[in-house]
Ligand binder design. Structure first.
Ligand code: NOJ
Length: 753
């Protein structure tokens, strides 16, 4: 191997708190810092500890009274899951008017992909690759939540996830750091805006810091083993981007990373997040994750857990009470420093000031009616839902259908207003949803739409409804089967060992396919489901994730061609669970697989003698390619990529080259293509992935139209993080692709001198 000279391009040590002046930090500068310092100087130790306590309200009246008394005493600084302007105002009034210093509460809630207007699940939003639209959706979520008194939400989740068995992949931006970084930026900016103190803005909480998506075996809460090289290059970048975008708060995760729980991880929180990235907001622990360090086998008891949390730099404890119970004695014993407590409290107060809670702690009690599910919000939800859908297959251009085509609508999710919303929906309501049935009846005419779900719900194992489905199919020309997972089957702790469609859905699809009529499969799911065995049964596949409130109209728009599909996969679809983990940015290995090298299990002669020559990095049964690669998605048109070039094939350190391509819409309809830029660093001090996404652009082209799409390539794209966190750009040879997905395209050569 030729060893490159190492050039340290940027040592990622940013200045400490106070230097992050991004637009959405909502900072009022020195003024806020003075107010924080002044307030802090007046606080007793008990009041300081109180700010570090976040509680979920109890369910009984006596418990509520006790909680109110604690607020009055300044022993609770934050609550979660109090919803409604009146409810919030009542508690806020106690904090502001009846506590000694009148410090307002900060009230948080999971508003993960919409408050009342529900947008696609985050994985679906990522599939739109439309940063502007995701930002708009987040701004709407903020506005709706704020009208209900909620000024802080526990989103975005930007855990890179390469395992579709993990239920929480639904809440992530998928497998790629750059796409997750896009989601992080869009959500933070959308929620917080330029000025968080505006009444329609709320504070973001970026989660789960860090590595949560790497849960072993795709089982939630599981341990993670993440080498520093991967931590810095794969898992941390979206979080770093969120800091740059001005994120107000972070949430420490449940998992342990290489043996140290995330919520007790001083290196991750104090050293990287706070010192190196310059994050000046506060860190809240995930629910109970401080005291869960006892079960992890990291903290001996509740007191040790409090020590570990505070030592790591977790500023506020969610749900468990170890801070409330033990910080004082830990301080008396000299185990924690007063400076740690002051820093934590200052961070919390800083965000409360930036949110404008001291000036305007209350919410108008009549606002929500005019804000929730406003028609403008539904219009954005419809657009984003349509843009998040990925067309995976479209044999003989079956789609779009002509309006008026007799269509059989079958499948357990055709008319399920709640199940189309997806995971983590607390405040969305089924009654606001428009289902596929309703939208198809409207778009296609009720007389042309024959509905028989066949299965009552996704896990239904009874075939009693199959006969009715057959009758509906008999009347139709085309079958549209809406299948997948109910909302509750993905999200937190909803992990699967097998990805197949639940219940008897495969059998229903089989039945539909046996009737000799074209079948359109629409999948609503929180993860890549096991499509491989079913794939051949459908002539067209629209992968819709869980699209939210406006699922029906968005899908009807696509089915009839009023909207042309433009979504692309933010995650690789495996052929089967045994391929997991499978992701595009894998390493080459010493024996990379190729079409020529793959030895199928049946091609091995009987009684073959032991040999390893020619063996490559594949499996005998599935080979080495996935079912669908990252970045993949079809359209109702085709796009040609031509004249792909670099402005120069050599580049000097610190210089730039432009990569460009002409993209032509070679079909008959106006459509949008997500053009992707990938690089490969061919030789490194550390081995680099076979491809890395470094940019993308959505380009809309009329039929026959061409446009040149250009990307600048410089240090920011060509370097990577060493295990110690330094960003290094190494001279050497690179390959550059401009391509429609991670598996296609011809690379251009680039040499960095
Ligand atoms: C636990 C989840 O992991 C986290 O994502 C969520 O925000 C909190 N609970 C609060 O509900």
């Amino acid at each position: 191997m030729i060893k490159k000279n190492i050039v340290v391009a940027a040592v990622c040590l940013m200045a400490l708190a106070g230097c992050n002046t991004s637009p959405s930090s909502g900072k009022a500068g020195d003024d806020v810092e003075k107010k924080v310092a002044s307030l802090l100087s007046q606080m007793t130790l008990e009041e300081k500890i109180g700010q570090m306590v976040q509680q979920n309200p109890p369910y009984d009246a006596a418990g509520i009274d006790a909680m109110k008394e604690q607020i009055r005493q300044g022993r609770i600084g934050s609550l979660l899951n109090v919803v409604g302007a009146r409810e919030v105002n009542e508690l806020q009034r106690i904090a502001v008017q009846e506590s000694r210093l009148g410090i307002p509460l900060i009230i948080g809630r999971d508003v993960i992909h919409g408050f009342r207007t529900i947008f696609p699940i985050p994985l679906g939003m990522a599939a739109s690759w439309n940063e502007e639209l995701v930002r708009e959706a987040a701004a709407i979520s903020a506005k709706e939540a704020a009208s209900m008194g909620i000024r802080w939400t526990f989103t975005p989740m930007v855990d890179v996830s390469r395992d579709p068995r993990w239920g929480r992949i639904a809440e992530s931006g998928g497998e790629d750091p750059l796409v997750n970084a896009m989601v992080a930026r869009a959500m933070v900016q959308g929620l917080q805006g330029d000025d968080m103190s505006r009444p329609d803005r709320i504070a973001a909480c970026v989660k789960h810091y860090v590595g949560y998506g790497a849960a072993e075996g795709g089982r939630d809460y599981n341990t993670t083993l993440i080498p520093d090289l991967y931590l810095h290059n794969v898992y941390l970048p979206p979080f770093k981007e969120a800091v740059k975008a001005g994120a107000a708060t972070f949430m420490s995760a449940f998992n342990d990373i290489n043996g140290v729980p995330a919520s007790g991880n001083r290196q991750a929180i104090r050293d990287i997040l706070k010192a190196s990235y310059g994050f000046d907001g506060f860190v809240v622990s995930d629910w109970g994750s401080i005291t869960e360090m006892i079960a992890h086998g990291f903290s001996a008891d509740e007191k040790e857990a409090a020590f570990h949390g505070l030592n790591a730099g977790v500023d506020m404890e969610m749900a468990s009470l170890s801070y409330s119970h033990h910080i004082k004695s830990l301080l008396d014993e000299g185990r924690v420093k007063m400076a740690w407590i002051d820093d934590a409290v200052a961070r919390i107060l800083r965000i409360k000031f930036r949110l404008g809670l001291f000036d305007q702690p209350y919410t108008s009690e009549t606002l929500a009616d005019s804000v929730l599910v406003h028609p403008n919000h539904l219009a954005v939800a419809r657009r984003l839902a349509a843009e998040s859908v990925v067309l995976l297959k479209n044999n003989s251009n079956l789609l779009p259908l002509k309006k008026g085509t007799p269509v059989a609508l079958i499948g357990p999710l055709v008319n399920e207003p709640y199940e189309q919303l997806g995971t983590w929906v607390f405040d969305g309501k089924a009654e606001n949803s428009v289902t596929v049935l309703t939208a198809m009846n409207e778009a296609n005419g009720a007389g042309n739409t024959f509905f028989a779900e066949g299965l009552k719900y996704s896990r239904d194992k009874s075939t009693a409804g199959f006969r009715a489905a057959e009758q509906a199919i008999a009347k139709a020309q085309v079958v549209v089967a809406v299948m997948g997972e109910e909302s509750i089957l993905s999200g937190e702790a909803k992990c699967l060992a097998e990805l197949k469609l639940p219940g008897k859905q495969a059998e229903l699809l089989q039945l539909a396919a046996s009737k000799g009529k074209p079948v359109v499969l629409v999948v609503m799911a929180g993860r890549p489901t096991g499509l491989a065995p079913l794939h051949h049964l459908a002539d067209a596949i629209l992968y819709a994730w869980h699209p939210g409130t406006m699922a029906g109209p968005a899908l009807a728009d696509l089915i009839f061609g009023d909207v042309v599909p433009s979504g692309k996969l933010p995650v690789t679809f495996p052929k089967g669970e045994g391929q997991i983990p499978i992701y595009y940015a894998h390493k080459n290995s010493g024996r990379p697989a190729s079409a020529e090298s793959w030895m199928h299990i049946d091609s091995i002669p009987v009684h073959a003698v032991q040999h390893s020559t020619g063996n490559t990095n594949h499996t005998l049964d599935y080979g080495f390619t996935p079912l669908y690669p990252f970045g993949y998605g079809l359209s109702y048109t085709t796009f040609a990529y031509s004249d792909i070039r670099l402005s120069a094939s050599d580049m000097k350190q610190g210089g730039n080259v432009t990569a460009s391509a002409i993209i032509t819409n070679t079909g008959n309809v106006t459509a949008t293509e997500v053009v992707q830029l990938y690089i490969r660093d061919l030789t490194g001090t550390y081995t680099r992935p076979v491809r890395e996404l470094k940019g993308f652009e959505r380009v809309t082209l009329a039929a026959g139209e061409s446009k040149t799409v250009s990307f600048e390539l410089g240090n920011d794209q060509l370097g990577y993080y060493f295990p110690d966190g330094r960003y290094v750009v190494e001279p050497g040879k690179f390959q550059v692709w401009i391509a429609p997905n991670a598996a296609e395209g011809t690379p251009q050569d680039l040499t960095l001198e």
